[in-house]
Design a protein around this ligand. Structure first.
Ligand code: AMP
Ligand code: ZN
Length: 161
C-alpha cells in the first residue's frame, strides 16, 4: 500500500475537492490543520492515534473525504470499508501486533458516535482493555458494530443508483 510521511501533501486534497466539512474535526486532522500526526495518508484514507486510547494500540482509520457515519453508508461503500480494515491490519502489523484474534475493528452506531466523519476504531490487544473500554466497544451491542458485521449488512442492502 502506498504510504507517505506526515509532511507529504495528500494527492487528493479534500478541501480542494469540496468534500470537506469545515466544522468536522476529522476533516481538519486529515487536512493537517490540527497538528495531529498522520501515521498513514494515501489518496483515499488516513490513520492517526485516538486521543483517548481504549487499548494499548488504538488507531482511527478515516476516509480523507467527509463520509458520514456508518448508518449513512450503502453497498457502494463496501470497498472503502474493506480498504480501511486492511489499513488497520497493516498498522497493527507494523506495531508488532500479529495475533489477530485479540483485536477489535469496528464502528459506533449512531447516535453513539461523537464524531460524524466515518471512522474505524482499531483496538489491540482486546485482552488488555479495561472494563469500561470493553463495554464501550462491546461486541453484539446496539452501540458498536464490527467491521465484518457492517460489511455483511451493507452487502445485504439493495444497490442504489
Ligand atoms: P466515536 O465515539 O466512535 O465517534 O469515536 C470518536 C473518537 O474520536 C473517540 O474515541 C475520541 O477519543 C476520538 N477523538 C476525538 N477527537 C480527536 C482528536 N482530535 N484526535 C484524535 N482522536 C480524537
Ligand atoms: Zn469530516
Amino acid at each position: 500500500m502506498a504510504e507517505s510521511s506526515q509532511n507529504d501533501i495528500p494527492k487528493s486534497n479534500p478541501a480542494a475537492s469540496g468534500e470537506y466539512d469545515k466544522k468536522c474535526i476529522f476533516c481538519k486532522i486529515v487536512n493537517k490543520e490540527m497538528g495531529t500526526e498522520l501515521l498513514h495518508c494515501d489518496e483515499e484514507i488516513s490513520c492517526f492515534k485516538d486521543i483517548r486510547p481504549a487499548a494499548p494500540h488504538h488507531y482511527l482509520v478515516v476516509p480523507n473525504k467527509h463520509v458520514g457515519n456508518c448508518k449513512s453508508l450503502t453497498k457502494e461503500h463496501v470497498p472503502l470499508v474493506k480498504q480501511m480494515v486492511e489499513l488497520g491490519k497493516d498498522m497493527l502489523e507494523k506495531n508488532n501486533i500479529t495475533n489477530l484474534s485479540d483485536v477489535r475493528f469496528g464502528f459506533h452506531w449512531p447516535p453513539f458516535c461523537s464524531v460524524t466523519h466515518l471512522h474505524l476504531h482499531v483496538l489491540a490487544p482486546v485482552s488488555q482493555m479495561g472494563y469500561m473500554s470493553r463495554l464501550i466497544y462491546k461486541l453484539n451491542s446496539y452501540w458498536f458494530i464490527t467491521a465484518d458485521q457492517l460489511i455483511e449488512m451493507l452487502n445485504s442492502k439493495e444497490e442504489t443508483n
